[in-house]
Design a protein around this ligand. Structure first.
Ligand SMILES: [Zn+2]
Length: 173
C-alpha cells in the first residue's frame, strides 16, 4: 500500500512538471525604448494598477504599412514592433514616442482596442485612437511644455488608458 502511494506521488509530480510548466517570461526592449516602459510602469503604479511589464519583446522594423508606426502582436510573450522610419521614430519627439509606445502597450498589456470617439472640442478621447498621429504631437499631448500648458492632458490621456470610464476633462467640453 505504501509503495503504491509513492508510485502515485511520483506520477503526479511528473505529470505536473510536463503539463503545467509555465513559459518563462521574456524581456527584450531596446535601450531607447526602455525609459518609456519604465514610465508606463510608474504611471500604472501611481494608479494602483497591476500590470506585468516583465514579459515583453520590443523590436524595430520597417515592414509595417506606410502609415503604421507600431504594431502589437499578442501572444504568450506580447511583441511590439515599432516602425523606425523618420516620421514614426527618428524625428519624433520624446512625447510622441511615449504616446506611440503607450498606445501599443494599451493593446498588448491592457487589452485595449481602438477608440475613435472625439470630445465636443474635436480632440480624441483616447490615446487608443488609430486614425491620427497628431494626437501624439507636441501641444496636443506634450509633456511639460509651458507654452502649450497641456500637462493636464497627459495625465488625462494616461488616466483614460488605464480606465476607459475616466470622465471628460474640462478642456474637452
Ligand atoms: Zn493601435
Amino acid at each position: 500500500m505504501y509503495k503504491l502511494l509513492v508510485f502515485f506521488l511520483l506520477i503526479s509530480l511528473l505529470s505536473c512538471q510536463s503539463n503545467s510548466q509555465p513559459e518563462p517570461p521574456q524581456y527584450n526592449v531596446p535601450a531607447e525604448v526602455e525609459p518609456f516602459i519604465l514610465a508606463f510602469r510608474q504611471e500604472a503604479q501611481q494608479r494602483n494598477k497591476t500590470v506585468a511589464t516583465n514579459n515583453l519583446i520590443v523590436t524595430f522594423g520597417t515592414t509595417l504599412g506606410e502609415d503604421v508606426c507600431g504594431e502589437c502582436i499578442p501572444g504568450k510573450t506580447p511583441r511590439i514592433v515599432l516602425n523606425i522610419d523618420d516620421f514614426c521614430w527618428q524625428k519624433a519627439s520624446q512625447q510622441e514616442r511615449e504616446c506611440l509606445i503607450f498606445h501599443e502597450l494599451g493593446h498588448c498589456l491592457l487589452n485595449r482596442a481602438h477608440k475613435t470617439d472625439k470630445f465636443p472640442n474635436g480632440a480624441f478621447i483616447s490615446l487608443m485612437n488609430p486614425d491620427n498621429v497628431t494626437v501624439y504631437a507636441t501641444c496636443r499631448y506634450p509633456i511639460g511644455d509651458d507654452e502649450c500648458d497641456k500637462r493636464p492632458r497627459r495625465s488625462y490621456y494616461i488616466d483614460e488608458l488605464f480606465d476607459s470610464s475616466t470622465p471628460t476633462p474640462t478642456w474637452g467640453k
